[in-house]
Write a protein that binds this ligand. Structure first.
Ligand SMILES: Cc1cc2nc3c(=O)[nH]c(=O)nc-3n(C[C@H](O)[C@H](O)[C@H](O)COP(=O)(O)O)c2cc1C
Length: 317
């Protein structure tokens, strides 16, 4: 059976987004939450864990993600998450940003296989099981070939591969040859992640990698929340604009209730629209209009007008 999981996108796929999108659109059966960094000591600020409190995650099963190069700190946080009810945690070996990678975290650890080996050895006794999300290297795909032999020596629930290098950021295309190599050599279940933006992209990849049953989608699903339904062959609904508006209004209401200050709220909604505007008939122009909103009232006016215009535009088509 094919499993679709929602990728972690920091600043976007928080608990409110994950739950709301799962209530309005079908298709995802699981997700990974954006990363938490580890910290020194054994106390964690409760605000840091709020996004992962079980009561905030009742709609879509979630696996928390940790970004760290410190095994002792990783175990403290992983065990804390286990005590909250998470049986699995994910280790981030993919983050490409220089600020992270230069400190040997995320994809920045991939050129150092001995450190990865030591890390995995030292976290063996933690309470939850481990899943890993990785890129294929920081500088070269040769890195994953070595690292994979290390992954194979440890129990993992899954290995999620975004087949790009850290230094590529999001440029270029996923390296499917290296993905094929990893799929062949990994003893763990492999999840494919990267650039699934249409149902056609998904089908092409599925034909190329028939053994893969787990697929992770990020930006494509934020830009087109119907994508998972299209992939799963759920009949397209007539009232897509209306469903989109209902989803938006629900999301907006929840962020309005949660976030303090209009700047935060508008910033968050503009972040959502950065992707979601793709569903509108003129994405660039619409996004420009939305970006101009400085108050909550003008934002609401702009969005109401946009949806109204979309309905008219659709009727005239
Ligand atoms: C804004 C943004 C934030 C992201 N945050 C995370 C994160 O917290 N953890 C992580 O493992 N990947 C993160 N990613 C990477 C995505 O999970 C995913 O691997 C990548 O976008 C490729 O998949 P896609 O083409 O389906 O989006 C982020 C990506 C973006 C664009």
């Amino acid at each position: 059976m094919t499993t679709l999981s929602l990728a972690p996108l920091r600043g976007l796929t928080d608990a409110i987004y994950r739950n709301t999108s799962a209530r309005h659109f079908q298709g995802f059966s699981t997700c990974i939450a954006p990363f938490l960094s580890t910290f020194q000591g054994t106390k964690v600020k409760s605000a840091k864990l709020r996004d992962l409190l079980p009561e905030n995650n009742q709609t879509l099963p979630v696996i928390p993600q940790i970004l760290s190069k410190h095994p002792d700190q990783f175990v403290v946080l992983a065990d804390m998450l286990y005590d909250l009810g998470y049986e699995t945690v994910n280790w981030n070996l993919g983050c490409p940003y220089a600020m992270v990678a230069n400190k040997k975290r995320g994809s920045g650890l991939l050129p150092y296989p001995e450190e990865i080996d030591r890390f995995l050895e030292l976290i063996q006794d933690m309470k939850p099981a481990l899943s890993i999300k990785t890129r294929i290297g920081r500088y070269t795909p040769a890195e994953i070939k070595t690292v994979l032999t290390i992954f194979n020596n440890y129990p993992l629930t899954e290995l999620i591969i975004h087949p790009r290098l850290g230094i590529q950021m999001y440029k270029g295309h996923p390296d499917l040859d290296t993905f094929a190599y990893c799929l062949d050599k990994s003893v763990h279940p492999v999840t494919y992640n990267g650039d699934i933006n249409t149902a056609k992209d998904y089908r092409r990849l599925q034909e190329q990698f028939p053994r893969v049953t787990q697929w992770m989608i990020g930006r494509g699903a934020l830009a087109n929340p119907f994508l998972t339904e299209q992939i799963k062959g759920i009949l397209p609904s007539e009232n897509q604009i209306q469903r989109l508006q209902q989803f938006h209004d629900d999301l907006f209401a929840q962020y309005h209730a949660r976030l303090h200050g209009s700047g935060h709220l508008l910033g968050r909604m503009k972040g959502v629209w950065f992707y979601l505007a793709d569903r509108l008939s003129d994405p660039k122009k619409s996004l420009k209009r939305i970006q101009k909103a400085r108050t909550i009232a003008t934002y609401q006016d702009i969005i109401a007008n946009l949806f109204q215009e979309e309905q008219l535009w659709k009727r005239e088509k």
